[in-house]
Design a protein around this ligand. Structure first.
Ligand code: HEC
Ligand code: HEC
Ligand code: HEC
Ligand code: HEC
Ligand code: HEC
Ligand code: HEC
Length: 416
């Protein structure tokens, strides 16, 4: 290889590297910044969610693609003070204001520029996702008659796609490098030694690659890693049914009944406050309302008809049990709800937001015991605890009297 060509080659290569870096950074800049989006998500949920969703009309319009309808300047002014934009005579503003029955939107005058940017980034990111249907696993007809079943957690998929894109970029750059180098050396073929010539003229041979030691080692390592990971995850989750969310025979929705209609948990689960078991309501309770209400907004007459038919036939509905402790453990609802004053949501999560009930907590022994260590006994208006409180105050232990201090982590309390 001639001496003069080396600097030449290096400079060309570095130019290519710089170009490819530039290319990849430009790509990355166009992708939404995940930090900004998640900041926007928090702001949106705190401030806008009560009235807006991205894909559906709520109190206010669906915000899908709103940044395509309006520019950032207009949106900033609107979010900070929509009445001012309306008063300025802006036609678009007056049109939606009238369309939404002149219901005023809250002003967010304290929002900073980057907070507005974050909220808009979140709305943009949600806009490109398919609408989320939080419902039973059977596809639900959407507003346009289309069906969709997309789960909320698409972030990992997005990251995966990004990784693949980057890998493809790297690969193409490498291939470009190779051909450039080859072409460059072809010109200089006369000056090359025999061995170098062989190298330059070598054809890419998949069989050689696949048979190479390096390739076989990498593939086997990958296999071992995947297998170990699967076994590990499997071992960790034996007997734990956290997030178990079975499909129920009737599309009964807690979001609709306990959330939107605000029916008290106690109206249906009367046992939760007065006994060990929290019962599942009988059809009598459903029929208090469903003798009159025969049509729902999501499934029309279909799902409620099942309730009425089961009631008339006298066949109980076979609800699939979600929470289930093994028989060796003793758990009592009223001890926790009535005596300790713990809210259902502390253990069951935001049930009033669930279309389908999901097991929120792990229900493991460690989970029970941790809470007994952390939670103070509810001694208010409970004469039973007066003496215990005094004993606790006199003892060396500092701080509030925890459930632990009244023996709630003794094996015999939870195991017969
Ligand atoms: C109290 C309910 C309420 C809250 C909270 C609310 N909005 Fe609105 N929003 C509305 C209503 C209603 C409209 C329709 C116009 C009108 O009636 O003023 C609207 C309209 C809009 C529009 C124009 C939509 C279009 O299609 O052009 C945007 C953008 C918007 N809101 C963004 C937000 C953002 C961002 C937040 C949170 C920071 C928010 N809104 C919080 C009620 C609300
Ligand atoms: C209108 C009646 C009704 C109301 C109100 C109601 N539920 Fe339910 N709940 C049911 C029915 C029916 C089931 C069984 C079907 C299912 O799992 O969706 C159930 C199931 C459950 C389960 C799962 C039981 C299992 O199988 O492990 C929990 C936990 C629960 N409800 C908690 C609550 C809480 C907390 C509230 C209040 C925020 C509430 N429910 C309000 C009717 C009701
Ligand atoms: C306090 C009154 C009340 C009680 C009790 C009640 N519901 Fe409902 N339910 C309603 C109303 C009102 C609707 C219609 C809501 C809507 O679509 O906006 C409804 C809707 C439904 C729907 C249809 C959902 C849809 O959108 O198509 C089902 C299924 C249903 N209820 C099942 C039950 C079952 C099962 C029980 C007993 C565990 C029960 N309901 C108890 C008032 C009640
Ligand atoms: C301290 C945690 C805790 C609290 C608070 C709590 N639950 Fe539970 N809940 C559980 C556990 C644990 C189970 C599983 C019990 C079993 O399998 O024996 C359960 C089971 C249930 C079930 C299924 C039926 C049953 O009894 O097995 C329903 C329904 C239920 N809970 C409703 C409620 C309601 C309604 C409230 C609030 C009034 C509530 N829970 C408060 C922990 C709790
Ligand atoms: C959210 C916190 C919390 C969780 C989770 C919880 N507990 Fe408790 N538990 C308490 C508190 C607080 C008390 C004390 C109630 C009282 O004042 O008697 C208690 C009391 C008890 C008692 C009575 C202890 C005694 O000395 O009388 C038993 C038994 C018990 N819990 C079992 C369980 C089991 C089993 C689980 C798990 C399936 C569990 N608890 C999960 C908070 C919790
Ligand atoms: C606050 C309640 C509580 C206390 C106190 C408690 N346990 Fe448990 N234990 C549970 C629950 C709930 C389960 C079932 C859930 C699980 O398998 O993790 C369980 C499961 C177990 C199991 C079976 C594990 C398995 O994998 O099937 C053993 C053994 C056990 N406990 C022993 C003990 C011993 C020994 C003590 C006293 C040092 C104790 N437990 C104290 C609640 C408790």
């Amino acid at each position: 290889m001639s001496k003069t060509s080396i600097p030449n080659l290096v400079s060309r290569l570095s130019l290519l590297i710089i170009l490819s870096f530039f290319f990849t950074t430009v790509r990355a800049d166009n992708a939404p910044d995940p930090g900004l989006v998640s900041q926007g998500e928090v702001l949106f949920k705190e401030n806008c969610k009560t009235c807006h969703a991205v894909h559906t009309q709520e109190v206010g319009p669906a915000l899908k693609d709103v940044t395509k309808r309006r520019d950032v300047k207009w949106l900033s002014a609107w979010i900070r003070n929509s009445s001012a934009v309306i008063a300025s005579g802006d036609k678009y503003a007056n049109d939606i204001y009238n369309k939404f029955g002149k219901s005023p939107m809250t002003s967010f005058s304290s929002f900073k520029d980057d907070e507005i940017k974050a909220v808009l980034a979140y709305i943009d990111a949600e806009s490109v996702k398919a609408p989320v249907v939080e419902g039973p696993k059977t596809p639900t007809p959407g507003p346009g008659g289309e069906t969709s079943e997309v789960k909320e957690d698409t972030t990992s998929t997005i990251i995966l796609i990004l990784v693949v894109v980057v890998l493809i970029l790297v690969l193409t750059t490498l291939i470009v490098f190779l051909s450039v180098i080859k072409r460059f050396l072809k010109d200089k073929e006369a000056t090359l030694t025999e061995a170098d010539k062989d190298l330059v003229n070598q054809k890419f041979d998949l069989v050689v690659v696949v048979k190479s030691k390096m390739f076989i080692t990498i593939v086997s390592l990958l296999f071992v890693a995947i297998a170990v990971r699967a076994c590990w995850l499997g071992a960790l989750s034996i007997g734990i049914e956290q997030n178990y969310e079975p499909v129920q025979p009737i599309a009964f929705s807690h979001k609709q009944h306990a959330g939107d209609m605000k029916i008290n948990c106690n109206y249906c689960h009367t046992g939760a406050y007065k006994s060990k078991q929290s019962n599942i309501p009988s059809l009598n309770i459903c029929m208090n309302c469903h003798t009159h209400v025969t049509e729902g907004s999501r499934f029309g007459k279909d799902e409620i008809a099942k309730v009425v038919k089961a009631y008339n036939d006298g066949t109980p509905i076979k609800w699939v049990r979600v929470h289930n402790l093994p028989d060796l453990a003793y758990f009592n609802h009223s001890q926790h709800t009535t005596v300790a004053g713990i809210e259902c949501q502390k253990c069951h999560g935001p049930i009033e937001e669930m279309e389908v009930v999901r097991q929120h907590s792990p229900l493991t022994m460690g989970w029970c015991i941790n809470c007994h260590r952390e939670t103070a006994v509810n001694s208010k208006d409970n004469a039973y605890y007066d003496r215990l409180l005094k004993v606790h105050a006199d003892s060396k232990k500092k701080g509030e009297m925890k459930a632990e201090d009244i023996g709630a982590i003794d094996c015999s309390k939870c195991h017969y």
